[in-house]
Design a binder for this molecule. Structure first.
Ligand SMILES: [Zn+2]
Length: 251
């Protein structure tokens, strides 16, 4: 995670001085150095027989230069975030939103026992604001997250069927520090959809793990989509449960 070239005390040392061994990557060898602080051995990599090292093992380096490590970790998360957030939502300029004050309300939410529900008609910037919040939590504070849209959720449920992989996936959605569900209620859910979602919501609510949700429709409207099919009561109950355990921001 620490970019060796950016270390404040990086030194170039001729690798011939110490024994080294070839790694799987051409030109890259591995050898051991002794930490200047704790005197323990630590592994260093050399590229084309030149090794770059701070002279300290990672635990000592983190103790000596905590700010540097935080920056490096932040940069790493920033890159990771771009891989996980759809390009459309990677940037959020509050001035370009229909109502900039809603952005402030979202950003003022603090992660705690209660989640966050952003509700309102389309094109109001709900998803954009939610992603901005997820970005802040993850990139600035290192809070892990999982994000899934209503449609993706439905597809995954269908694709996994009743395989064990479905259980692993829903387990991940239950345990992640922050779960973001985008555009809940967009699809006409299957009975399986609502029952899996109910389990996730109940599990998270009982462990005080926050959920961030954007949605355009009310619980009643979502239930109506299911008409007389089974699951319609559960659909409405899920939305009511979410609202009871989340701060609601009307867009
Ligand atoms: Zn050390």
């Amino acid at each position: 995670m620490i970019a060796i070239a950016n270390l404040p005390q990086a030194e170039r040392l001729p690798v011939e001085e110490v024994p080294h061994r070839q790694t799987d990557i051409p030109g890259v060898t591995e050898s051991l150095r002794v930490c200047r602080k704790c005197n323990r051995s630590y592994k260093v990599l050399a590229l084309n027989r030149v090794v770059l090292t701070s002279g300290y093992c990672i635990p000592c380096f983190e103790t000596l230069f905590p700010d540097k490590c935080r920056d490096e970790a932040r940069d790493f998360r920033d890159k990771k975030f771009l891989e996980r957030c759809p390009p459309l939502y990677q940037q959020c300029d509050p001035q370009k939103l229909p109502n900039a004050s809603k952005f402030d309300e979202v950003m003022a939410w603090r992660r705690g026992k209660k989640g966050l529900v952003l509700i309102g008609s389309s094109q109001k910037g709900k998803t954009r604001c939610a992603w901005a919040k997820v970005k802040e939590l993850y990139v600035e504070h290192g809070v892990g997250f999982e994000a899934v849209s209503d449609l993706q959720f439905g597809h995954q449920i269908t694709n996994y069927g009743r395989s064990a992989t479905l259980g692993e996936w829903t387990e991940k959605l239950c345990r992640t520090p922050v779960l973001f569900i985008d555009d809940l209620g967009k699809s006409v859910p299957t009975e399986r959809f609502v029952s899996e979602l109910q389990n996730i919501v109940e599990e998270r609510v009982s462990y005080f793990k926050p959920i961030i949700v954007t949605m355009q429709i009310t619980g009643k409207e979502w239930a109506q989509k299911l008409a007389s099919r089974s699951g319609s009561d559960i659909a409405e109950a899920i939305i009511n449960r979410l609202k009871a355990h989340c701060e609601v921001i009307q867009f």
